[in-house]
Design a protein around this ligand. Structure first.
Ligand code: PMP
Length: 366
């Protein structure tokens, strides 16, 4: 679209490709299975659904302006100081606010080559120079990330586990990353998939925040807590970063039904345990089935796997074969991985359908 020459946004804005979420419809197909956005496999926690509905009679009221009841519930659940928690309209909003507040024109933001795409988008709209650092085996390379830091670097982002690669940096490596950074560089550890991690050598970021370093941990209700639709995220941060975020965020950035649903989801008995056990079982089963079919699967600590078909043409054909059965997964062109498809771990039945479809596809493709 050509803008009016007299009304132009800041120069970097028009270089941004708008974020496109995972597809949720297929023309002419009634029964679809959506495995394109890493949503929880079990839908909405029942208590969250009830709490959301119950709020309908109170919708004329503004919500609590600082999301205090939700911060208190998060503090109790995760054993964190609620004063160091900030909630947002999805963790995407918190990511953007951190970048707007600490980055901007004349600064650099460092991320790994296949890091989560919102760091690049929000970095560019804030006017930062975004530096994408080459990875080793699709995993962030600590030495290369540190070498990429220059005098103008103010922010470094690491999704751990990373979306879309599923890769994880162990706690010692993340600590080494922080130790190698100047104090005036904010390290943002995006732990959107923290609950799904089964490796023991993991820290979602809590320890580094509590150690008094300039580190922020971001989390979300969109994955294991099954609440992607309400847009709810949060972060745990040093007091001076909390102060900055509270100046930048909108006064009522977490809406009342979202807050009620979030608090109820935290209290739903056994929800996380059930989801995490299911995910570990079916992530492994799906990975083995695809590997047996001749597809390369990258090790994942998230609720999704990255399937590598070696060529973009084959990935496209595999995507078409899945779509023909109503299975929607995520094509990876926007992540410079056109030879790959990212597949969310769904229910047992959904995973079996994906595995069977791709096994048949690989047989016919050979
Ligand atoms: N970080 C990562 C690594 C993600 O994959 C996502 C969701 N795609 C987000 C953040 C954003 O999550 P939210 O729904 O909380 O905005």
């Amino acid at each position: 679209m050509t803008p009016m020459p007299s009304l132009l946004p800041r120069p970097t804005i028009l270089s941004i490709e708008p974020y496109v979420g995972g597809e949720s419809k297929l023309p002419g197909v009634n029964r679809i299975v959506k495995l394109s956005s890493n949503e929880g496999a079990f839908g909405v926690p029942p208590a969250a659904k009830a709490a959301y509905a119950e709020l309908a009679g109170e919708l004329h009221r503004y919500p609590d302006g600082s999301a205090a009841p939700l911060r208190a519930a998060l503090g109790a659940r995760f054993k964190l100081d609620p004063a160091k928690i900030v909630c947002g309209n999805g963790s995407d909003e918190i990511i953007a606010h951190l970048i707007l507040a600490f980055g901007g024109e004349g600064t650099e933001l460092v991320m790994s080559a296949h890091g989560f795409v919102m760091y690049d988008i929000a970095g560019r709209y804030a006017g930062c120079q975004v530096i994408k650092v080459p990875e080793k085996n699709l995993t962030a390379d600590v030495d290369a990330m540190l070498a990429a830091v220059g005098p103008r670097t103010r922010l470094m982002f690491l999704a751990n586990p990373n979306n879309p690669t599923g890769s994880l940096l162990p706690a010692a490596e993340v600590a080494r990353l922080r130790a190698g950074l100047r104090e005036d560089v904010l390290l943002v550890l995006d732990s959107a998939y923290a609950e799904y991690v089964t490796r023991p050598d993991y820290d979602p970021g809590t320890a580094l925040v509590e150690a008094g370093t300039n580190t922020v941990m971001t989390r979300t209700f969109s994955k294991v807590f099954g609440l992607g639709g309400v847009r709810l995220g949060w972060c745990y941060a040093p007091a001076h970063v909390v102060d900055v975020l509270n100046r930048v965020r909108g006064p009522f950035n977490v809406n009342a039904p979202a807050m009620a649903a979030g608090i109820a989801a935290l209290a739903e008995p056994g929800w996380v345990e059930k989801s995490v056990a299911h995910n570990a079982e079916w992530r492994a089963k799906l990975s083995s089935a695809l590997t047996a079919a001749g597809i390369t699967v990258h090790p994942s600590e998230g609720n999704f796997i990255l399937a590598d078909f070696a060529t973009a043409a084959r990935a496209k054909a595999a995507d078409a074969a899945l779509k023909a059965r109503g299975l929607i997964v995520r094509a990876m062109g926007a992540y410079s991985l056109p030879q790959c498809l990212r597949i969310t771990v769904g229910t047992a039945e959904e995973c079996t359908m994906v595995a069977d479809t791709l096994a048949a596809f690989m047989q016919s493709a050979d």
